[in-house]
Design a protein around this ligand. Structure first.
Ligand code: NDP
Length: 319
């Protein structure tokens, strides 16, 4: 026990920024001090971390009114190994392989120590045990995007036999919306949009109808849908593709009522609930061809994600 305690680090190697801006504000600190573990938290040796658009939006200063603290170590999604637990941690133990989105609220109360760090800290309730069949890279690709896909479908009261149009089906969130709509909810019909080169991918993910947005406008399609899930921030167009009595959900602020807008609440319990789908391989994270990006190349990963052309998820590994 004494040996384990003495091996717990007090400092970590971490990427951080002290000013908002483009990826060149990122700097590597070999000795970032780790805050003291609170009772409900665990210390994680990070193995892999995925990037989300919130990471570059936050770094650009888009949320600085809610998130003024600088310097900041970025990163929401993590997969790693528990190396220490707080006094009120009951389910997780040292050695557990875990994954999760470490920021409970999507844009408020964000942590100054994120996941792009050799060690990070998270509340037990935000984490889940990693399914053993998933690699750390695959697990890191899942949390925020999957939880957003799920929360949006729940808020839209999606259910078996309903039709859905996923606007932006090839991205981090969209590729999970397609898979959950098909395998968790039993959609009657799934349509999804992308540019020309990604249409086959949409079909492989489970879309019955792959719509090339460079040729077709969703508002002009004669068929309407029970739910339209907008991941690109065009709720006005999404609303025009909804059936009477149906719902549009959008995840990019400010939203446009009656489209349902929400900000993700991170919950390890969603990962637990969907665990059987990952264990059976029915639902899979899609990894962008650039994945994994080495830890030393983080700025390139940010620049790439910022193009909005990523396919599925960009994961940083090894850390
Ligand atoms: P990604 O960066 O993974 O999305 C990239 C994908 O978007 C690409 O594959 C691209 O496909 C597709 N895309 C871009 N423009 C269009 C378009 N006009 N029509 C169809 N597809 C398009 O982003 P995420 O999926 O991770 O996130 C999507 C958005 O949702 C982000 O703005 C993010 O900040 C937000 N978000 C909000 C959350 C919330 O809580 N409210 C939570 C999570 C994400 P192609 O190259 O074919 O165009």
């Amino acid at each position: 026990m004494a040996e384990a305690a003495s091996s717990i680090p007090t400092h970590t190697k971490a990427w951080y920024y002290s000013e908002h801006g483009s990826p060149d504000v990122l700097k590597l600190d070999p000795n970032w001090p780790l805050p003291e573990l609170k009772d409900d938290q665990v210390l994680i040796k990070v193995v892999a971390a995925s990037l989300n658009p919130i990471d570059y939006k936050r770094m650009n200063g888009l949320y600085k009114d809610y998130d003024p603290h600088l310097p900041t170590v970025p990163g929401f999604d993590v997969a790693g190994v528990v190396v220490s637990v707080g006094r009120e941690v009951h389910k997780l133990k040292v050695g557990d392989e875990v994954y999760g989105d470490i920021n409970e609220e999507g844009v408020t109360n964000l942590k100054a120590l994120g996941t792009l760090s050799e060690y990070t800290i998270a509340e037990e309730r935000l984490l889940a045990i990693k399914p053993p069949n998933l690699s750390f890279v695959e697990a890191a690709a899942i949390p925020a995007a999957l939880e957003t896909a799920y929360e949006g479908l729940e808020r839209a009261q999606f259910s078996a036999g309903k039709s859905i149009l996923v606007v932006g089906g090839a991205g981090g969130v969209g590729h999970f919306v397609i898979q959950l709509a098909k395998h968790l909810y039993g959609a009657s019909k799934i349509a999804a949009t992308s540019s020309t080169g990604k249409l086959e991918l949409l079909r492989k993910l489970g879309a019955d109808w792959a719509i090339d947005y460079t040729n077709e406008n969703i508002e002009d399609i004669a068929e309407k849908f029970d739910v339209v899930y907008d991941t690109i921030g065009e709720p006005d167009r999404a609303l025009k593709a909804v059936k009477e009595g149906g719902k549009a959900v959008t995840i990019i602020p400010p939203g446009l009522p009656p489209a349902i807008f929400f900000v993700l609440t991170s919950k390890g319990s969603i990962l637990d609930k969907l665990r059987p789908y990952f264990e059976s391989g029915i639902v899979k994270p899609l990894l962008d061809p650039k994945t994994p990006v080495p830890f030393s190349h983080l700025a390139e990963a940010y620049s790439y994600l910022e193009t909005s052309r990523a396919i599925g998820k960009v994961v940083v590994y090894p850390i």
